[in-house]
Design a binder for this molecule. Sequence first.
Ligand SMILES: Nc1ncnc2c1ncn2[C@@H]1O[C@H](COP(=O)(O)OP(=O)(O)OP(=O)(O)O)[C@@H](O)[C@H]1O
Ligand SMILES: [Mg+2]
Length: 220
Amino acid sequence: MNILSLNDVSISFNNRKILNYINLEIKSACILTISGKSGSGKTTLLSVLSGLLKPDSGKVFFKGKDIYKWADFRRSGYRNKKIGFIYQSFNLLPDYSIYQNIIYPGILNYSSSSIKEHADYLIKYLDIDNIKDQLPSTVSGGEKQRASIARAMINSPEVILADEPTGNLDADTSKSIFSLFKDIHKKYGIAIIITTHDNYIIKNSDFHFTLVNGSIVKKR
Ligand SMILES: Nc1ncnc2c1ncn2[C@@H]1O[C@H](COP(=O)(O)OP(=O)(O)OP(=O)(O)O)[C@@H](O)[C@H]1O
Ligand SMILES: [Mg+2]
């Protein structure tokens, strides 16, 4: 079954076509990598999938439902609960501790005791127990990225969208972050879509596409 699909999706900025009639089917429980040179539209594509950016034309389906037909509040709920987003530059709130950053997206959805229980579980699972009370500025890049993964997992999403998640990390740390993705994928059976240039990650994903001149080209 497809968890997400794009049907003839196009989007332009300043009369430049960034996505040009993209068709893409994403199976549930797969790891999909998307590469493409800087400016090719990778972040744009993830924003469209996450419900944040309505395409100029075309449709985006989540489990067969057209997400841009939904009212704004429903699409916000989709973004918050069904999608976990991981940013290249981490996007952690600088004045909040790692722990507070992780529970923040969950506080509206769950009771405080259940959210704390889940956060404690994720913090142990991602091995960041020792830094949970620190501010983001005082922890390493790999630790920040593990905190972002915990934050993305707090609402038990069905899809993780990761935008160049290892772009700022050294090769060994990148490998360990990717093995966490693999583990999460196996354990929770969720789809993980990663934009990346990292050959190791590309090689070890189930499917691989590149974005070239607004089109998506299947490589594997
Ligand atoms: N909101 C916007 N307004 C105008 N132009 C935009 C906007 N968002 C993206 N663009 C342009 O669209 C193109 C694709 O941007 P996008 O961020 O998707 O590329 P990318 O493949 O993620 O690049 P990178 O590898 O550098 O992150 C770029 O030329 C960018 O300047
Ligand atoms: Mg980008």
